[in-house]
Design a protein around this ligand. Sequence first.
Ligand SMILES: Cc1ncc(CO)c(N)n1
Length: 247
Amino acid sequence: MRLPSRTPRTNTFQRKRGGQGKKMDTVEKDGVIDRWVKKHLVLYTGATRHPFILSIRDGTIDFSSFKRWLGQDYIFVREFVPFTASALLKASKNSDDNSDMEVILSGLASLNDEISWFKQEAANWDVPLSDVVVHKSNQNYCRFLESLMLPAVEYSVVFTALWAIETVYQESFSHCLEDGSKTPPELLESCKRWGSEGFGEFCRSLKKVANRCLEKAPDEELKKAEMTFLRVLELEIEFWDMSHGGP
Ligand SMILES: Cc1ncc(CO)c(N)n1
């Protein structure tokens, strides 16, 4: 999703740790999401610091991997649109906060730009989007998105997935823009799409909504949302593996 200006990533998780233990009133209480990120940090780091991303950041990436990612991600994003629309539908029915709808709507608007961007970028890299063969990992991920679109899937679960899906990209691509990274100039535009501060802000809005819903969720729903978070991380890792040319 498009957003201007690149700013080094600030990670709330790190920020909080640094400030802990002093004045109690300045210590933010972790929300459910932060607690899960800490609890599942190995898997989370696996998704946000994958070798594919590290190879962009250190400049060693093979452009054929990037092109594979580009073609596959275009397919994924086309499936992500109806998924986001299903979240919008649930927000309009279930949400007790009107601003949820606006958060999702801004996500949908960016997806509109994103699809045009993919088409342009694919043309620049000579990746024919009309005959991309959908890879197994991508199929699995798209099927998972479909399962989350069912009306019975709770709003908190959907929002947890939405937050996780966007945040993995934000954390990954912002890492390629930090000082000291050697990202090839040809890939900077792609990294800025998800790695920019503006997209980071969007992810923080998603996180706030997810936390608010999860605070009120009954135990069983909370368990489902946590499993969904973990499944997203696994699917993201498999998506990077596929792009990187792995299993
Ligand atoms: C696989 C994947 N995960 C997350 C995003 C973020 O939109 C994306 N474009 N593709």
